[in-house]
Ligand binder design. Sequence first.
Ligand code: HXC
Length: 260
Amino acid sequence: MTNIFVDGLLNDHVAFVTGGGTGITGGVARALAEAGASVALVSRKLEHLEPAAAAINENGGKAFAVAADVRNPEEVERAIAATVAQFGKIDIVVNGAAGNFLVPAEQLSPNGFGTVVDIDLKGTFNVCRAAFAQLKEHRGQILNISATLHYLGTPMQLHVSAAKAGVDALTRNLAVEWGRYGIRVNGIAPGPIEDTEGMKRLVPEPIKEKLRKNIPLGRFGRIKDIETAAVFLCSDAASFINGAMLVVDGGQWLSAARMV
Ligand code: HXC
């Protein structure tokens, strides 16, 4: 895929990216860095973050790794402070940290439900809240990585669907409340993206081909597809886009009902 963006599109920006070590959000962090942003990679496990930060730095970008569990507001506040100490400010926040596993609703424990809501939804709130002062000062923006699971009913994904529906509500509410500060708040809802941990663990092999055939564009998404959407939404090209949910799924959810 060709790079459609001009060099240095995000020069002088600083991004705080949760879940930024691996998978889709790892790609988003890399893409923001390639576009010129300095990037803080944030998640629970430094062993995932450090190689990702090193790869960005070796490629001429600017990245550093900071460990924080998004479920813990104090850890998030410390990570925000560490990023400001390292790069001077934060004006882009990407909320990508997420938990997921397949489980039938009747077997989901209260703690299993709560754990995913705590990571995806409360974690997104914790990060937005802690970053607010920086975003307000620098007229920054938030990008929440959501999903399309809750647009219809998705078996074995009750907990994630509930959490992501909440994330979408948070996106819209913050867009309305914080627009007055020049803060834009948007979301991306990826469809099935190949070569991700989520696809490997969550889409059983026997239904993969059926799923692919039901995507109007006839292929799974690539991490690059999400990267380009993220760079666009974080750039001035999207300066009047606020409260939007950009679905990047090849048209999959619109035709998903016909699978069952
Ligand atoms: C049933 C499970 C479970 C499973 C965990 N739990 N895994 N229940 N089936 N497979 C329950 C546990 O039993 C426990 O409840 C509770 O959840 C907490 O589990 P812990 O292991 O103690 O928690 P923790 O160590 O914090 O880790 C939980 C987790 C992890 C973060 C949710 O399991 C996880 O998901 N890791 C993968 C992260 C990941 O791949 N993220 C990308 C997601 S992709 P009890 O009652 O026993 O105490 C994505 C895209 C969506 O989100 C779109 C897909 C197409």
